[in-house]
Design a protein around this ligand. Structure first.
Ligand code: ADP
Ligand code: MG
Length: 399
């Protein structure tokens, strides 16, 4: 039996037309001899009756303070509803199908409600049903704790369900269906000339996703990478080949761009009498103890620079001033990242990028680089222009 996991995101299952297309993809896979295991997200975005945010508002209207376990119990329903609707629609086409919750599908997680980690997947419930000729439709984004608590997996959770099932079931491939033709060189909403990539390595797409490309969740990629299960990103609504995510050698210097918005740069002065090392440790410890995640960290003799998400800025600065630190703030920043496994051994890439941005008058507030990524922090009003510029410069728009 050749298993294939097919995940359909909110963009695909939101409308009857989308669901119809999705079912077509499932039946095509079956006709090719695969046993499809379908993973679905909730139907639609905020405002739609069964969308995750709509469900959350249902209880937040009563009281904003909702227990995490209760919130999980509620939001998990969005995907469960979607799974039953899909299974019923497949059955209506004359094909046996069955809907399962994450727990029924054998997905066991820790008890970290709202952002649970998958601990183990028992493949037997799905393989048994698939062997009996059923198309199994699994509610994405969720699992169950050892003592039966329903958990959710956090942002991008259905992507994670799909690749984790792919690994556990030893699937031939995991297909992630969405509303674009594959992974593109840049977010098509910012640069319309964005090109579809035929192939991309796990590391590159993982990095692109961490740096803001929304097309797949980075955690899902990491899970697939452990067992080298190939992932294909495809469009529910078109017959394009899509993008294959797999192991491989770097094929180009720069693969793609990604960006993040609404960041605040914080600069902490280190001149309050203590040794600067003691200060540095204290700053990082304070932020970590309060669960504030920071990025783009630079430690310099005169101070520490880092970025936080806009919504965390007030909490972060409150903590710092309470501890007696002076700080400066640069609000409304965006981060542009250039990703490519081929950059490693090519000299001059940084100079080239910097030069291009400088000549166009883009103000660079901070930079960072790792093996396959170079990032620039820029004022948000210059972000889209900077993304456009680098995309043109590196001819990413020409296939
Ligand atoms: P789904 O509901 O199917 O999970 P998402 O909205 O999570 O869909 O992800 C798909 C969207 O990701 C696309 O519509 C696209 O605008 C956006 N996106 C951002 N960066 C990229 C990129 N580099 N390649 C493809 N899509 C991207
Ligand atoms: Mg998504």
């Amino acid at each position: 039996m050749k298993l294939i996991v097919q995940k359909f995101g909110g963009t695909s299952v939101a409308t009857p037309e989308g669901r119809e297309k999705a079912i077509q993809r499932v039946l095509e896979a079956k006709a090719k001899g695969f046993a499809p295991v379908v993973v679905v997200s909730a139907m639609g975005r905020n405002g739609a009756p069964y969308a995750t945010d709509t469900l959350i508002n249902l209880v937040r209207e009563i009281d904003r303070d909702v227990q995490a376990r209760e919130l999980d119990l509620l939001t998990a329903c969005g995907e469960i509803i979607s799974s039953v609707v899909m299974a019923q629609s497949i059955k209506a086409k004359g094909c046996p199908a069955i809907a399962l919750t994450g727990g029924q599908a054998g997905i066991r997680t820790d008890a970290n409600f709202g952002n649970a980690q998958i601990l183990e997947i028992n493949p037997n419930p799905i393989t048994r049903l698939a062997k009996a000729g059923q198309i199994v439709v699994v509610a994405g984004f969720q699992g169950v704790t050892e003592d039966g608590g329903i958990t959710t997996l956090g942002r991008g959770g259905s992507d994670t369900t799909a690749t984790a099932l792919g690994v556990a079931l030893k699937a031939e491939e995991v297909e992630i269906y969405t509303d674009v033709d594959g992974v593109m060189t840049v977010d098509p909403r910012v640069v319309p000339e964005a090109q579809i990539l035929d192939r991309i390595t796990y590391r590159e797409i993982c990095e692109m996703a961490y740096q803001g490309a929304k097309v797949i969740h980075p955690r899902a990629v990491e899970i697939a990478m452990t067992e080298q299960v190939p992932i294909r990103i495809k469009n529910t609504f078109s017959d394009a080949e899509g993008t294959l995510i797999a192991q491989g050698a770097a094929e180009r210097v720069i693969t793609g761009l990604a960006h993040l918005t609404n960041l605040v740069q914080v600069g902490v002065a280190l001149n309050n009498g203590k040794s600067s090392q003691a200060n540095e440790v204290e700053v990082f410890k304070l932020l970590a103890d309060n669960g504030i995640s920071i990025d783009l960290i630079s430690v310099l003799p005169k101070g520490i620079y880092f970025t936080v998400k806009e919504e965390a800025a007030e909490k972060a600065t409150g903590i710092l001033s309470e501890a007696g630190f002076e700080y400066t703030l640069q609000k409304d920043c965006g981060k542009l990242s250039v990703i490519g496994a081929g950059m490693t051994n090519v000299p001059g890439v940084m100079a080239n990028l910097m030069g291009t941005l400088h000549r166009a008058g883009v103000e660079i507030l901070q930079t960072s680089d790792s093996e396959i990524t170079i990032s620039f922090l820029v004022p948000m009003e210059q972000l889209n222009k900077a993304v456009q510029l680098l995309h043109n410069k590196f001819a990413l728009g020409q296939s």
